[in-house]
Design a protein around this ligand. Structure first.
Ligand SMILES: Nc1nc2c(ncn2[C@@H]2O[C@H](COP(=O)(O)OP(=O)(O)O)[C@@H](O)[C@H]2O)c(=O)[nH]1
Ligand SMILES: [Mg+2]
Length: 538
């Protein structure tokens, strides 16, 4: 289904509004996508009261050209009476003259009503389907005349470009023809032919061919007294033949397609400045590289403060458990924040270089600048507490456990053995009247018992892991976790942004595709020998 131009501009405006709010397009682009020229010849007729052609509006035809070429004279000749001021001293006609059938109800727009306008009506049924307009001189020194012409141009179906032998090379009018060429259908009048030369006509014809009119329709007219043998009738009948509902519809459709094409190319250029999906993949890798560099430098910068904090933690291990707010030492200082901010800034510059809109990045990555210190603080503190709760490594802790067992088991075994010896000797000495154990035994067995307790006790004492080292290790581990955490936060944000980006592009491409949908049923190209074909610029 083909959408109307106004529907497409509405869709575009809606899209632009939300894309601007989320930062995907800047204010300039929003401006560009919020104001579209919806003026068409159709706007001039809100009510049409033509008896037979109720549904069809008349064809709007306007004379345009340089000063004094004879536009007003041509309209007067057509009307058969002086309705437009002709031959006024330069700068000439400042007003717009409308000439139409009395049955046509024109609804002038407020801006047009303000400008000086001169309306003449007729009752000639043959010209019922045409509204003629005489435009002020476009090349006039009066700036307001030029503005008036520009104000009226969008409402005109067919422009009759009038030239004279002196002014057929007029630059200002020619520039307007080039600029507006594609938007209208064109007929050409070589007026004041009573003074014209054939080579001037050929020259003019060739110029028109050069700018894209393959076979321009040019009428030679002469409006001076006593010179009747010209092609004025041809001009009149050509216009009349064009003033059918079908042609008007075709012109409207062509205008609408042109505007859709213009909208399409604007949207395509917006899409070009949007960055590709591949660019998103690239920036993800870039972030990982940049972050690993930053981590290296942060880690180096943290060695000394880490040691300080580890010492502090070890010395205040007890305070740590009861009151954390006593811990004044924080790892994340101004230096670290600057280093981190620089990394993010560098990354955003890179995003910009990849042609991806940076505002959403700035908006979504900004909170991380405040969040990073908190992440670092929580992670390092947590790891330090865990480390202090279980100091040393697994092997160390196992050996210590064994030693603690030995500290009990060894003296116990020594005591049992000595006890057994004392008992056995006491028993046998009673039976066979032997001597009791001597002083030697007493000394040795005491020594054995003392040693079996002292040795594990000393080793245990010496092997106790250092709290400082444990705190340092813990802090280091926590720092590593925090870095991974921050990296993950950015990657998550990037993934979220990539999805948003994809969705924005999808919506934009949808509108672009709708602009491309051709209204094939009435398309000009399908109609062979269409009278309009010669009137359109290629
Ligand atoms: N010789 C000659 N003079 C003409 C012809 N058409 C118009 N003029 C004169 O050219 C002058 C300017 O005409 P006008 O219609 O006011 O030109 P406009 O400025 O294009 O509207 C007037 O004096 C006309 O009488 C023509 O075909 N031949
Ligand atoms: Mg005039």
């Amino acid at each position: 289904m083909a959408y109307d131009y106004s529907d497409l501009t509405e869709k575009t405006k809606c899209w632009a509004k939300q894309a601007h709010t989320t930062g995907w397009i800047n204010t300039d682009t929003l401006e560009q996508l919020s104001h579209f020229d919806n003026r068409t010849p159709d706007n001039l007729f809100s009510i049409i009261t033509l008896a037979e052609h109720k549904a069809t509006r008349p064809l709007i035809v306007a004379f345009m050209g340089g000063t004094g070429v004879g536009k007003s004279t041509l309209l007067n000749r057509l009307a058969g009476k002086p309705i437009a001021k002709a031959g006024v001293v330069r700068p000439t006609s400042r007003e717009v003259t409308l000439y139409h059938h009395q049955a046509v109800a024109m609804q002038l727009l407020p801006e047009q009503q303000l400008a000086s306008i001169n309306v003449s009506q007729h009752d000639n049924a043959a010209n019922q389907q045409v509204v003629w307009i005489d435009m002020p001189d476009f090349d006039s020194t009066e700036q307001s005349n030029k503005q008036l012409v520009f104000q009226w141009l969008p409402y005109i179906d067919v422009l009759i470009y009038v030239v004279s032998p002196e002014r057929y090379k007029d630059e200002k009018a020619w520039r307007l023809l080039l600029a507006e060429g594609a938007r209208h259908a064109w007929l050409f009048v070589f007026n004041q032919w009573d003074r014209g030369q054939l080579d001037q006509y050929d020259d003019f014809n060739q110029q028109l061919q050069k700018v894209g009119f393959v076979e321009p329709v040019i009428f030679k007219t002469a409006c001076s007294e006593g010179f009747e043998a010209d092609e004025f009738i041809g001009l009149e009948s050509t216009i009349r033949s064009l003033a059918t509902g079908h042609t008007v519809e075709q012109l409207e459709q062509r205008g609408s397609q042109l505007r859709k094409d213009e909208l399409k190319s604007i949207l395509q250029s917006v899409a070009l400045n949007f960055g590709s999906e591949a660019a998103f993949e690239q920036i993800k890798e870039q972030w990982q590289d940049q972050w690993s560099d930053a981590v290296k430098s942060l880690q180096q910068g943290f060695i000394w403060p880490l040691k300080q904090i580890a010492d502090y933690y070890a010395d205040h291990a007890a305070d740590l458990i009861t009151n954390t707010s006593n811990v004044k030492h924080t790892l994340w200082d101004a230096w670290a924040q600057t280093r981190f901010d620089d990394t993010l800034d560098e990354f955003i510059i890179h995003v910009d270089q990849q042609g991806i809109p940076v505002l959403p990045f700035k908006q979504q990555i900004e909170p991380l600048r405040d969040k990073a210190p908190k992440i670092i603080q929580t992670q390092t503190e947590l790891a330090a507490r865990i480390a202090l709760a279980n100091p040393g490594n697994v092997l160390q802790r196992f050996i210590l456990k064994c030693l603690r067992v030995c500290e009990i088991v060894l003296p116990l075994s020594a005591m049992s053995w000595v006890g057994y010896k004392v008992f056995m000797n006491f028993y046998t000495s009673n039976m066979i009247d032997n001597h009791y154990l001597g002083v030697d035994f007493a000394v040795h067995s005491s020594l054995l018992m003392v040693l079996s307790w002292l040795i594990p006790f000393f080793i245990l004492k010496k092997m106790q892991p250092s709290l400082k080292k444990s705190a340092f290790k813990g802090l280091n581990k926590g720092l590593g976790n925090a870095f991974t955490f921050v990296e993950g936060e950015v990657i998550d944000t990037l993934q979220g942004l990539a999805l948003q980006h994809k969705e924005q592009l999808r919506q934009l491409s949808e509108i672009i595709n709708l602009c491309s949908a051709k209204e094939t049923d009435k398309a000009l190209a399908d109609v062979k020998d269409n009278p309009l074909k010669r009137l359109l610029m290629n």
